[in-house]
Design a protein around this ligand. Structure first.
Ligand SMILES: Cc1cc2nc3c(=O)[nH]c(=O)nc-3n(C[C@H](O)[C@H](O)[C@H](O)COP(=O)(O)OP(=O)(O)OC[C@H]3O[C@@H](n4cnc5c(N)ncnc54)[C@H](O)[C@@H]3O)c2cc1C
Length: 378
């Protein structure tokens, strides 16, 4: 019991109100479950507020066809999710899915990219994977001012981008409008787990439910063992630069470059192993800007108006972790480094599985049990 002796029973609890938790909580509420979303709040790591906003498919799941399919499923669900959020909340999340191009500097990058895309196609099997490697000249027709160092790029029709701050806002708004209970500024500091019976304390409140989803980003690493789960995620820092607004010039997102609907150009994003350090480093920012200018020399004319860093939620092998607890059935966890891209899957596929009480067998390869490698015989 909480200090006031009050205990509120729900159908489901989600811990973590970032993009992953908010998408799942929204999906659960839409399934008709009385859901509580408990969130520490906008503190510290800010992955859901400081990301790049890509709905990016073309590089996801190399060597892991299940992850490729999951990402494709999410991209396919995205238009429905965006339209539904727009209708229900009045928040236009700015989804555009015109396809995307990853630009390559030099022959080596181009050859490496081509090999990767071909591997994706082979691994897709009958599911299919449409891509094209485009030459400099082909790209220059649609991308004015393309720098001479750009040798070409990979294109797929599946990619897109979105305003991820509006997305987070819309998911929260939609969740509450669907009858969800949002409990902000609460850090989960107490948990009692029994099969299909989970009780959480935070301050004076106690809430209980037969289902719980751990979606607390980097907080999942500490929370998971309380529920017989494992979520060995680590922080990976990303820094992003944003230019002043300019005329809208690119018809598609370009991987580490994208132009927002408002006209700002986002340059990103680094991948740094610096633990929980949320600082910014001039040399990293310079490297991001230098690559952007090699790609489009005219970018040097634009002022950088903002820059920030945020921490990704990174599983050991870079692929998402979804799991359900064997010890405490009813407890689930969701962890990934592409919470924007996967929002469609989280709201429209993962949440219905949780509501139904079990993950679909297609989710088995995502279990953290893949990290339980038996000790090699000495
Ligand atoms: C620089 C950068 C660029 C990125 N670009 C992209 C991109 O282009 N496309 C894409 O798809 N993804 C991108 N991502 C990744 C994406 O932003 C993340 O996958 C996503 O935001 C993770 O969401 P989350 O909800 O898991 O984690 P978080 O955003 O960290 O949210 C977790 C929440 O749980 C709360 N919490 C933690 N512990 C507790 C606790 N004990 N009790 C209660 N609450 C708790 C936290 O306060 C927080 O609100 C990027 C990330 C970064 C950092």
């Amino acid at each position: 019991m909480g200090q006031n002796g009050e205990m509120k029973q729900h159908d489901a609890i989600v811990i973590g109100g970032g993009l992953v938790g908010a998408a799942i909580a929204y999906g659960l509420a839409r399934e008709g479950l009385d859901t509580a979303l408990i969130d520490e709040g906008d503190v510290a790591f800010r992955a859901s507020r400081g990301n790049f906003g890509l709905v990016w498919v073309q590089s996801k799941g190399v060597g892991a066809p299940h992850y490729q399919r999951w990402t494709r499923l999410s991209a396919a669900e995205w238009p429905k999710l965006a339209a539904e959020l727009g209708q229900r909340t009045g928040v236009a999340v700015g989804l555009e899915q015109p396809g995307g191009v990853q630009l390559c500097l030099g022959d080596e990058e181009f050859a490496g990219r081509q090999a990767m895309m071909e591997q994706m196609r082979t691994e897709a099997g009958n599911f299919g994977f449409e891509y094209r490697m485009l030459s400099h000249d082909e790209l220059a027709e649609t991308l004015p001012g393309l720098g001479p160092e750009v040798t070409g790029g990979s294109w797929t029709p599946y990619d897109g981008h979105v305003n991820s701050l509006y997305l987070l806002h819309a998911l929260h708004k939609g969740f509450v409008e669907r009858g969800g209970t949002y409990l902000p500024n609460r850090t989960v500091d107490y948990a009692a787990a029994q099969p299909h019976d989970f009780r959480l304390g935070s301050g004076a409140d106690e809430i209980a439910a037969p289902r719980i989803v751990l979606a607390a980003g980097l907080g999942n690493a500490a929370l998971a063992p309380l529920f017989g789960l494992s979520a060995p995620v680590r922080p990976q820092r990303g820094q992003i630069l944003v230019t002043e607004r300019s005329e809208r010039i690119w018809p598609i997102p370009l991987g580490s470059l994208r132009q927002t609907l408002e006209g700002s150009i986002m340059l990103g994003s680094s991948e740094e192993e610096v633990g929980f350090d949320t600082g910014q480093r001039p040399e990293v920012m310079q490297a991001i800007a230098a690559r952007a200018v090699r790609t489009f020399p005219w970018l040097a004319e634009l002022q950088i108006v903002r820059a920030w860093s945020a921490l990704r939620v990174m599983p050991p092998d870079g692929k998402p972790i979804y799991d359900e607890s064997e010890k405490f059935p009813g407890a689930f966890t969701a962890n990934c480094h592409s919470g924007v891209t996967l929002a469609g899957a989280h709201a429209n596929a993962f949440a219905p599985m949780v509501a139904a009480g079990a993950l679909d067998p297609m989710m088995l390869p995502f279990s953290a049990r893949r990290f339980d490698i038996p000790q090699a015989a000495e």
